[in-house]
Every structure is written in C-alpha cells, then in structure tokens.
Design a protein around this ligand. Sequence first.
Ligand SMILES: [Zn+2]
Length: 378
Amino acid sequence: MNSKLEITTIFESGNGKNIKKIGENHFYLETEGESSSYAGYFCFKVINSGEKDVRLKVDIKLDPEIKFTVDDKISFLRSQPPIWISNKKRWWKITEYKKADFTLYLDFKVPAKKTLFVSNMVPLFYTDFTNWLQNKFLKKDKGKLYKIGESFEGKDIFLISFGDIFSNKRILIISGLHGTEFPGIWASKGIIEFLLSDSQEAEKIKKNFAVDIIPYGNPDGTVAGKQKTNAEGIDLHREANPEKEPVAVEVKAFWKWIKEHPPFLYINLHGWTACEKGKEPFEGAIRPDISIYKKWNNEEKVLECDRALIKNANPISRYEKIVELGISYGEEPDSLLALLPKKYGTIAYSYEPNMRTGPYGCMKKGIKVLKALVSPFL
Ligand SMILES: [Zn+2]
C-alpha cells in the first residue's frame, strides 16, 4: 500500500522551496536564503495521513542560488547543530544526521496519522505568541501591551512595557529584527515571563526602571520565514537610520516610540544555531566602541556592564580579531545599536543566544543577559 506523505512549507514561518519526491518516502527541498550568512533556516511540515508509521528521508540543500565561499563550506561541515522536530506540543532533537556539500540528510520516523514540524530553529509562531500575550495582559495588571505600529503588510508591532510608564530610566529590548532568529524571540519571552513573575529580582527591576520589549521587530519577515529582511527587502537591523532612505515603516514605528521614551540601556537580541570557528555554542555579544561613550561620561558603566555580561552570560565572540573577554566591538553605523548611543548615550548591546541550547535555554539566557546588564544600575 502506498504511504500518504506530504511535505509543505506553506504555513507561518515555513521555509523551503523546490520540494520534490525523489524516492519511496524520500524527499528533497532547498532552503530559501537571502545571502550566504542568511541561508540556513528551514522549517517544513510533514503530514502522514496513512495508517502506518513511516521512515522518512529528507535531503535539505542550502539555497543553490546563493554564492557560498570555501570558508562557508568549512563552517557548514564543522557545525552539527541539532535539528528540531515538533508535534506542536513539544520539540525534540535529532542530533545524528549526515551532511555534505551544503546538504543535510535527515532520516526520521513519522508516526501514522501525525503531522510533524521540522526545523533547525524552534519557531515561536507570531500568531501563537501574540495570542498568548493578549491573553496574559488582559488578565494581569503587571505590564501593558501596546501596538506601536504596523508592518509593511499590516501586522501589528507589539511592545510590552513593565514598570512606570513615565519613568526616564528606560530599558528597550528588541528581538526578531532578523525575522527567523527565534533564539532572540524566545529570550524576549523568557524576559516577559520573568517580569510577569512574583520574583523579588523582577520586582526590583520594575521598581527602578521601565522595561519596553518588542519581541517581533519584523513581523512580516518572521511570518514569511525570512531570515534577514522585511517584506520590502529592507534589513531592519542594519537600515534603521530614520534620516537615510529607504525608511521602513517598522523603523518609523520604533523611532516614534524611542523619541518619546528614549532608553538608557538597549538590548538587541538576535539568534544563531550553528557554531563558528570551532567554538560552541557560539553566542556573540557586540557593543559599540567605547569611544562613543566619552562625551556622555558613562564609559565606566559600560565597562561594568561588560564585566557583568561576561560573568553571567558567557558570550563567545565570533570575530577573533577584535575579541576581548568574549565581547566584540563595533557595529553597523545605521543600526539602532550605533544610533542610540550617538543620540542619547544609550548603553547598547547585541546578544545572540544559540538554539543549540534549546528554546528554554534561550529563554533563560535572555533573563541572564537582562539581569547582568541592569546590575551596575541597581
Ligand atoms: Zn541577526
């Protein structure tokens, strides 16, 4: 009897193209990348509508339209990040799979009458999470949920604010600027749950600061399964200067909020799944060069933040030539990470939790990063 297997990427945060059946219970698909550093994400759904469990093989090739270098090939072959499978109730790992020439060879069981999601990131679906947020904040009076704008395609950009809304000691946290960098989005969820909790540490932070969190900075990118840009092809991380064309509607929404609520501390959460240069799990931390803080007279505080972050979050820098204690310096000039320090003296860090630690590991890491970076101010 023929098995009834179907593979699709047509769903929220799905990524994969040119899906072909190449043998009995054997499929092929290609990732839909945007550039060599943003080509590895995939997320597909397997539907087994038959009466029998099936052993399924899927060959996943990194987008053949992208030009990769020899270095890309070396780091691809060297890293063995886990692949994640889900029945939407929980996620588990496949750690053993073969790889060669930018192709992953998966082989796993799909039980009868079951649908499974397969990805190298554990997605935190925009629709599920925003529903969760809306339910949470309707019931609890511990934080406020704002809609600060809409994406190019009209999806809501949410901001959750804790503490005194009129505070002038504000922390801004943004994740998901690169849509499918889910480790950062999970980290934001961790921080939100932490600040909703009754823990004394959370109470202390909320008493001293306002904490503003935008979990999905690029909702269109997240929903479309894009790793880098928004619906217009703009990298919202690297092209966040409101004075330089093109100005994305998402960027306008961020700045409208920022101008009314400028932060003294900015935490920009990204995400990673591979390891790099043999260091695992790679978790990069980046901040602007210290020289920018001279005129604000807060260099010493920045160095205190560095030390607290290194001690409590264990970042590993990816750029060996500028590594010092695990934190890299320097940032794209039109990112918020560079613009906020220039305009407001904001102490700004980017952090990339790694999906190798799992979604709960990423949630915990988000809390650690927040606690570390506020500690010099408490
Ligand atoms: Zn990123």
